[in-house]
Every structure is written in C-alpha cells, then in structure tokens.
Write a protein that binds this ligand. Sequence first.
Ligand code: SF4
Length: 335
Amino acid sequence: MIKVGIPRALLYYQYYPMWKTFFEELGAEVVVSSPTTQTMLSKGSARVVAETCLPVKIFMGHVLSLVRKCDYMFIPTIRSVKRKVYNCSKFLGLPDMTKAVIPESPPILDIDIDINRGKRYLYQAIYQLGRHFSWNPLKVRQASIAAWQIHLNYQQLMSGHGLTPLSAIGRLSSLPPTEPKTSPNHPASNQANIAVVGHPYLLYDEHVNHRLIHRLEQANYRVLTPAMLTTEQLEPATAKLVGRAYWTYEDEVVGAGGHYLESGADGVIGIMTFGCGPDSLMMDTLHRQAVRLKTTPFMSLTLEEHTAEAGVVTRLEAFIDMISRKKREGVETCV
Ligand code: SF4
C-alpha cells in the first residue's frame, strides 16, 4: 500500500480529516508525524535561514521526521480558499522550499488550490492529485466528495459542538475526545471564559505555546477559540475592524478576537510568532480595539523558538490575576 506522509504542522489542524479521507478512499495509507518536539524544531531550524518564521521551521522538522517513513510527502500549495482572500506567501512556496532544503524528502505530492481560478481549475487539480493513486476519474471524484463531507462534519464538530480541532479529529477517528467542550453559543455553566485567538498551528501545537490552553483549563477557565465560531460570526467582526479581509487568517485572528472582545469573554489572548508580518498587523488591530472598547482585558503573546516556558507561565498568571481583579473590582485593563 502506498504511504502518504502528512506533517502535523501548519494546515494540518484545518484540513487533516479531509486529506486523510481523500487518500484512504483512494487506497493509500496515511502516516502523520508525531506531535512537535524540541528535536524536531532544532532539526527544522537548522535547514532554513534564521529569519524564517517559527511555524515553518517546525513544519520542516515534521517533514524530516517523516523521511523514510512514507512514499510521498503531501504538501499542498493553498493560495486561496475564498475569493480575493489569500494565504501568506510562506504557504505558496512551501513545496518548493521543502524540496530545496530537504532534498532527501520522498517525492512531494502538491496540489495548487486557488479558488479565484474557478471550479474547473480546482477539479483538474484534484484529479491530477488523485491520479497518483487511481486512473479512474469516478473513483477520484467519489474520494473528493467523501473528503469534503468529512471536512463539513469536522467544521460542524468545532463550531456547532465547541470542540477543538484535536478533539474533533479524535471524535472523527472514533477515539474518545480529549477535551469535552460545550458550544460558546450555549454556555453550560457560570465558569469564566478566556478566548485564545491566533493561527491553529500556534493554538494547538502544545510545544510551541507551552500548553497554554491546558494551563487555562487547569486554572478552571473555559477556553474559547476561533474554530468555535461560524463564518456568520467571524466575517462581520472582521469587516467591522478592517473592512474586507485580504489575508486568509484575518477571520481567525482579527474576526475572532474582535468578536470575543465584544461578546462577553472575560479576557482575550492573541498568540503570534516573531517574524510574522501579517500577525504583527493583525495583533496591533486587536490591541487597538481592546484599548478603544476598554471592556475586555487583552494580552498578546509573541512566541519564538527561544521563548521560555517560565516566561509564558508568568505572563499567563499575571493576566489571570488581572481578570480576577477586574471581575472583583470592575477595573478597566489591557496589556
Ligand atoms: S502567517 Fe505568519 S506565522 Fe504563518 S506561515 Fe505566514 S509568516 Fe509564518
């Protein structure tokens, strides 16, 4: 059976169930890299120039960990999934960058997704990808339909049932969910809420964020994330702050942050990495909005490969203290 390697990094958190279903429907076996470790990060960093952003360094580490474990490495080029809204340039060059810095990688399976080029271009791209496994276009079509249905189920589990991507992936794989959650639209208790916004590959990679979500839950906070919001909630919030979105992640960062700043969350934490141009602009927008509103404490955390766990914990504890004080005394705060 052909083995397809999928690095557990970058777009994995958004599309893994869909990709897995597509390849398995075509008879392939999917191999996913293990959760991020310091060794992966160090090995990935050693292959790219120092200015490369942290998530891409981690991605390279995951690719390296899959070398010799699979026949193909799946690295799609996802340019745009919404009309005239584009991914960061790092995503566009990812297959080429990987080929250049990891020449020992198995052949890379690339698919160019650009919704602006129309449905015909998209279907052709899917057939070209599927042809590595089957020459039967009907079979490829069936695999893509099954994959799309799983993707819709995955999104519904997150926005409708309040699951994080990791819990939703566990649910779809018939594994017990790791973190039972309730929808933010239907709060089940008077537990305090803290929203954490940022790219999925920062929020759900526990090595990068030093288990931030876990720590908040341990402190008895209910954690709200962008994945728990629907498009109908995200898009108006983005439009309110920046007008029409240009970057794919504006909804997940600016939209989600803007929504939670005004929807009764007790605090909002924005996570970004050093060296990310789009994030520096998006976090600044959120910070300004928090200062303008003066209703919800906001903190932005900038992570990089040398970020110490103790530093994250200290900032988090200070933020939680501030929220508690605000709730007690009604103090207006923003860091
Ligand atoms: S959006 Fe920022 S963090 Fe993400 S890949 Fe692009 S530069 Fe890196």
